[in-house]
Design a protein around this ligand. Sequence first.
Ligand SMILES: C[S@@+](CC[C@H](N)C(=O)[O-])C[C@H]1O[C@@H](n2cnc3c(N)ncnc32)[C@H](O)[C@@H]1O
Length: 164
Amino acid sequence: MKKNKISKDWINKRRRDIYVRQSKIEGYKSRAIYKLKEIDEKFKILKEVKSAVDLGAAPGSWSQYLVKKIRNGKIVSIDLLKFEPIKNTHQIIGDFTDEKYKKDIKNYFKDEIDIVVSDMAVNTTGNKNLDAIVTGELCLEAMKFALEILKKKRKICIKNIYGI
Ligand SMILES: C[S@@+](CC[C@H](N)C(=O)[O-])C[C@H]1O[C@@H](n2cnc3c(N)ncnc32)[C@H](O)[C@@H]1O
């Protein structure tokens, strides 16, 4: 292995550890919180937001952050996996691409939804090309859904680890 590959791996691992430790100290369910926090601090995506949908919410750190930032608002957190409910959120366990759950989300918000955030990720196969395609499809689904339920000037924040 080349020297700069070793040091890159070392730096990445170390950085990961710092975020894991920090999330534990701050009481967040996972280190994923810091990505949303970074985006929010840079783009102020949660300014004046009163209602939010968190797609792929488990174990719940993005929802925890949303609760902190959206006072007296409405938040739906949905994931395929069961996870401990986050206080002041409405939890749905299910596949968000299933029409039934899309309807549940819409029904919960009788009025407008201000933002859709998505940190959804599929189980990786190890085949980077395949994983990138499947994850990309999930992102497109999230985008289509957001466009369907959001009114003009509302916001979408979708994370795609493969960057396509
Ligand atoms: C990286 S984790 C999310 C971490 C979360 N944002 C947090 O802060 O704790 C990705 C999640 O996406 C979920 N997911 C993947 N496909 C989904 C789908 N079709 N519907 C709902 N959740 C999905 C997975 O079950 C997984 O829990």
